[in-house]
Design a protein around this ligand. Structure first.
Ligand SMILES: [Zn+2]
Length: 420
């Protein structure tokens, strides 16, 4: 999709209200049209998201804003962060609220869709397409309020700034958002709050678990299966560790500090894959398995790593007493921090008022929210569409959720005009 903004007549009197009015010809003026436009960019995580980001960058610049892009090392992907400043002289860029969304989407390979996943299709009261709920729907709502935010900013009516944070590579391990946060820290921009627009059917999620993925490699010693005493069986030692991980999971599930607001009220550990051995008549020299740990926000990786490392040390000593070249490695493959609600009471109260729903939820899936709370920015999740539809064929967002999200953000703008 290519869009020209060159045919926008320049504002004759310099008022941005006129400039944004003329923009209406080039850019969508409502969230549904924005969602349609965003969906046309194929931003599956394995592809570049630059076309989408540059489109939004041009939109922001045409509105007189100065977005900041942070790129991946290969410069094939970018995050966009932009601030609509507050204050009589538009001098305030710290404080305020960040609206956060990831621009990448999951693949459609092997899925059976009833319509083109990269073309928004409205059937009945739903809009279908990849990213409808996860999470271009929210980004569309956020982009559609920017002209009004700019109008208020230019009129000196914003008491606190509004920020947009659009990231890359969320779906492949939340790789983009840390670059945004590092850039903000470097520039001394300290937002008060963040709202991540992942699909929650417009209810409020105040916390989620963290996810850590580990790979364990057990290096034994080969021997013919008739000469077991000459070998060190990697599968046997890996099995002992797997058994230990399961017993640790069992112990964790019986801790007193559970949190009943989560579906599964305790932290979980689960072995997911295992591979080892080459033939039945060979004592195997390698076995590896992976497991994941989904921790409650108040629990840390050390809660499992310390005991597992102790068990590994014990097994390693036994193995190396028989063959010094044997070993056990534990590698962390992925880590997304939990999102805590420890500091978000004021934000929760604010959002509960804006969405007319006082309920607080906690979820088992991870988002960039944990990275924001780790950076000291109180964060909640609230966005259109349901996580039930995310990542599936015929992903959709109910049109009514888009309307509710529009209303939520309009109220948020009103909040940004109120005295502290
Ligand atoms: Zn998502």
């Amino acid at each position: 999709m290519s869009v020209s903004i060159n045919d926008n007549p320049q504002s004759t009197n310099g008022h941005t209200a006129d400039a944004s009015h003329s923009l209406a010809n080039s850019y969508p003026s409502n969230s549904i049209d924005w969602l349609t436009r965003l969906m046309g960019f194929n931003t599956v995580s394995r592809y570049s998201n630059l076309a989408l980001i540059e489109d939004v960058q041009a939109y922001c610049q045409a509105l007189g804003l100065q977005p900041t892009l942070t790129h991946n090392i290969e410069h094939t992907k970018a995050n966009l962060f932009v601030t609509v400043p507050a204050g009589a002289a538009q001098e305030i860029v710290s404080g305020g609220v960040v609206l956060s969304g990831h621009t990448d989407v999951v693949p459609v390979d092997g899925q059976d869709w009833d319509s083109d996943p990269f073309a928004a299709t409205i059937r009945g009261d739903k809009l279908y397409g990849r990213g409808a709920c996860d999470m271009k729907g929210f980004i569309a709502c956020a982009l559609s309020i920017v002209p009004e935010a700019v109008r208020l900013s230019n009129a000196g009516k914003l008491k606190r700034p509004l920020h947009l944070a659009l990231s890359f590579d969320e779906e492949v391990g939340c790789l983009g958002a840390p670059l945004i946060l590092a850039d903000l820290a470097e520039r001394g921009i300290t937002p008060d709050y963040c709202i991540v627009g992942e699909p929650t059917s417009m209810s409020m999620v105040v916390a989620h678990k963290g996810i850590s993925v580990y790979r364990c490699r057990v290096h034994g010693k080969s021997a013919h299966s008739s000469l077991t005493a000459q070998g060190v069986n990697a599968i046997s030692y890996a099995s002992q560790l797997v058994g230990y991980v399961d017993s640790l999971a069992e112990r964790i599930s019986r801790r007193d500090d559970v949190d009943a607001l989560f579906d599964v009220p305790y932290s979980t550990l689960s072995v997911g894959t295992i591979k080892g051995g080459t033939a039945t008549n060979i004592v195997p020299n390698l076995c590896e398995f992976t497991f994941d740990y989904r921790n409650l926000p108040h629990m840390t990786q050390d809660d499992i790593l310390v005991p597992i490392e102790e068990k590994i040390a014990e097994l390693r000593a036994t193995m190396q007493a028989r063959a010094p070249e044997t070993d056990i490695e534990l590698l962390q493959e992925e880590s997304v921090p939990a999102m805590t609600d420890a500091d978000s009471a004021a934000l929760q109260t604010l959002v509960a008022g804006l969405i007319d729903d006082d309920a607080r939820h906690k979820v088992g899936y991870a988002t960039e929210g944990g990275q924001f709370t780790n950076a000291g920015i109180p964060t909640i999740i609230c966005g259109p569409g349901s996580i039930e539809q995310a990542h599936k064929a015929n992903e959709f967002v109910p049109l009514d959720d888009m309307t509710r999200c529009d209303a939520f953000l309009a109220r948020l703008l009103t909040h940004c005009q109120a005295d502290a």
